[in-house]
Design a protein around this ligand. Structure first.
Ligand SMILES: [Zn+2]
Length: 137
């Protein structure tokens, strides 16, 4: 059970960022499961209903765990292993910037950890995510 209550802006960010990861997070469930959850999150984002984004994501153990990771790291959990390494300076971690991509309609976001990774398409709008003007993690 996730008992944290982050601010609505953070919850909205989490909602945008979790969407591309839902198929893998709920890989052990039928496609309808993540598809329904994705639709629910997208709908809540459209309504700017942070509390509904939160309620949808903490209901599933896999997404709740992802949310906790996001709150701990400040970036999507999957971003961490590839973008944070030992760094070039002894004893210091380094955060390597991964470019951020957003749906032009603002309901889906993603960090590109490697140029080899294809840029996702927003499932709500059928639009390929575009490089963001917002800062990297
Ligand atoms: Zn979209």
């Amino acid at each position: 059970m996730v008992t944290m209550h982050p601010d609505p802006g953070t919850v909205m960010e989490i909602g945008r960022f979790v969407r591309p990861h839902l198929p893998s997070l709920l890989a052990d469930q039928p496609e309808e499961a993540w598809s329904a959850l994705d639709g629910e999150v997208a709908d809540a984002l459209r309504r700017s209903a942070a509390q509904d984004v939160w309620a949808a994501l903490v209901r599933h153990p896999a997404t709740a765990e992802w949310v906790v990771g996001f709150l701990r790291e400040g970036v999507p959990p999957e971003t961490t292993p590839a973008t944070r390494g030992p760094g070039t300076w002894p004893g210091k971690g380094a955060v390597v910037a991964a470019p951020r991509f957003d749906c032009p309609e603002g309901d889906c976001s993603w960090f590109r950890r490697s140029p080899a990774r294809p840029v996702p398409i927003c499932r709500t709008h059928g639009l390929r995510l575009i490089p963001s003007a917002a800062s990297s993690p």
